[in-house]
Design a protein around this ligand. Structure first.
Ligand code: ZN
Ligand code: ZN
Length: 237
């Protein structure tokens, strides 16, 4: 896999995942904050995917539980992304957690959710099967999307893309989007060898960080996956 240099993530409170509202969407080719008409509503239900302090608290609690887990400490080379997502779509609320990779056995077990006070008991695992190449991805709205050829495949998909595809797999009615928010964090075991690209997110020596973001290949996928512009607006659907 070609080496990519991790870009420095935003450090402000509203850390964004997968670019900004002023970027052009790679799926529909409209600027993400474009309105349907002069005074109309936004074309994109999710012009940008932001972080939130409450979600950082949730993923932080999971991290604390993982670090106390003796069975996990038994794998000192463990390194993975973890993430949580909350969404309110058509009045329904959804709460997902995920860890990165394609293992059948996800790192985060139900016991690692102990002590979460924010929407306690509502968190469900997101572990969808993801395409190896650029074909056949799913938007949050549950529509198939092919990515541009130049976007790298991912062997160990970050939690972010799993969370978004899991939302798409619900195939929700999509008349209103109140919010979709996400937080990610890196777990790095003390003996992890291939974690340099992940450590770049939070500096050498640190154990975990709030400012974790997906790898470049997953960051590049996010704008496709959050595009909920209906097919009627697409120039080349
Ligand atoms: Zn779009
Ligand atoms: Zn990734």
């Amino acid at each position: 896999m070609p080496k990519t240099k991790p870009s420095k993530p935003d450090t402000d409170v509203n850390l964004r995942h997968g670019g900004r509202a002023t970027d052009t969407c790679p799926r529909c080719h409209y600027v993400r904050n474009k309105k349907e008409s002069e005074k109309g509503k936004l074309l994109h239900g999710i012009p940008e995917l932001t972080d939130s302090a409450k979600l950082r608290g949730v993923v932080g609690q999971i991290k604390d539980n993982l670090m106390r887990d003796k069975s996990l400490v038994g794998d000192p080379a463990a390194v993975f992304m973890m993430g949580v997502l909350e969404a309110k779509i058509n009045g329904g609320e959804y709460y997902f957690y995920a860890s990165s990779g394609r293992t059948a056995e996800p790192w985060i077990k139900p016991k690692h959710l102990d002590g979460i006070t924010y929407h306690q008991g509502k968190w469900t695992l997101a572990n969808p099967t993801l395409p190896m190449n650029n074909k056949g991805w799913l938007t949050v709205r549950g529509e198939k999307v092919n990515l541009d050829e130049d976007i790298q495949g991912v062997t160990r998909p970050c939690s972010a893309v799993k969370l978004l595809v899991a939302l798409g797999e619900k195939h929700l009615d999509w008349n209103s989007v109140d919010y979709v928010r996400m937080s990610e964090m890196v777990y790095v075991g003390p003996k992890a060898e291939d974690a340099r690209y992940m450590r770049a997110w939070h500096g050498q020596g640190a154990t975990n960080s709030w400012t974790a973001g997906s790898c470049d290949a997953c960051q590049a996928r996010i704008p496709y996956l959050i595009c909920d512009v209906s097919r009627g607006w697409l120039v080349n659907p």
